[in-house]
Design a protein around this ligand. Sequence first.
Ligand code: UDX
Length: 437
Amino acid sequence: MRISVIGCGYLGAVHAACMAKLGHEVVGIDVDERKIAELSAARAPFFEPGLEELLGEVQETGRLSFSTDMAAAKGSAVHFICVGTPQKKGENGADLTYVDAATAALLPYLSPGEIVVGKSTVPVGTAARLAMTLEQAGLNAHLLWNPEFLREGHAVSDTLHPDRLVYGVAGGSEEHEAVQVLDKVYATPLESGTPRLVTDLPTAELVKTAANSFLATKISFINAMAELCDAVGADVTLLADAIGMDDRIGRKFLNAGIGFGGGCLPKDIRAFMARAGELGADQALTFLREVDAINMRRRTRVVELTRELCGNTLLGKRITVLGAAFKPESDDVRDSPALSIAAQLQLQGAVVTVTDPEALANAARRFPELHYEESTNSALNRADALLLLTEWREYRDLDPYETAALVSTPRILDGRNVLDASKWRAAGWTYRGLGRP
Ligand code: UDX
């Protein structure tokens, strides 16, 4: 099938490459010339494991191209909208400028019978509004909402082998003619047994925000337990293991630490609360305010613990922060708790050095005032305290004896609870976890 993918960020670039991998003829469109130039040369404009190999592989088949010109969408049977919906400046709601602009720019190139499929995370009600825009244009083109659940760092496999496919269509009927079209797009995952649910438009939009809210709640729940564990000297990692053995609860997403960040969970729960307020249902989501507050409190807690670890003062202390990305296997620093902690420590008088295997360029753009060091060993050199804030494999695998020889004082705060505390203590380190005795 001929497919256009509008917006080539984390979501769209991966989606375009994966659709070509599934055998479709795909054009990726974005207004950002640099991004399109990179993608056209089969280079990933951001770090995502497996993406560059996939781009190279599918471009060789001639099935994937990129353009900055919306006219390239003409003639595609399916148009995916994959643009960003960031948080509005100074407000909780989502900024829909890009979604609206992409839809408006696409209209002149749509032909009757084609379908427009939204994948971006949007406030409930957006799809119905865009469907109305299409209807008013008299194009006889359908609008569907097909939320995307990919995780950064696993984006390629999540797109090729999704847990489930959700199709939101006006009226929510399986008989809707566009359902068959989307079934053809996803023929490969459907044949391999991926469940597919057909819903109405608002349910499909809500599935995404509800899923992200649930995940955020799970993380804040365990972080709240970490606060209690700290108060009584209990161990939150064992607590998580024990409650996670109940398969109604499950162990995944119960890792206590410095909290969640990234381009999705924080802004999605805020946009969800804002939208609930507009709909007069704000009481239903007041608990998300607490989820957000618990999450933000983690960052302050780490700053306080670091101060304690450094003998109750941060002034002039050389602090090395291991990890800048909001999670490992990503170079994304949007709302990264690691960087926000690093910046706070620096503001409070510490001399902070940040290192990360992939995210330093993005980090330096966002926080130019911090000092960055590419080599882990140089970053460790003469540190008064280490903070492990993003659990990249290479930091989890650090040898406590070799590391002790590099630093000035062997003190470590394990912000992700991933190190073996007894091993580090045996090597002479003062070890602090979060919610661990
Ligand atoms: C998330 C959703 O998982 C995905 O389904 C959705 O499509 C987009 O948002 P992503 O932002 O890539 O994906 O990251 P995710 O793996 O969910 O992690 C989010 C944050 O939570 C990270 O900062 C991570 O470090 C943190 N986290 C995750 C924890 O603190 N503890 C955990 O147990 C799990």
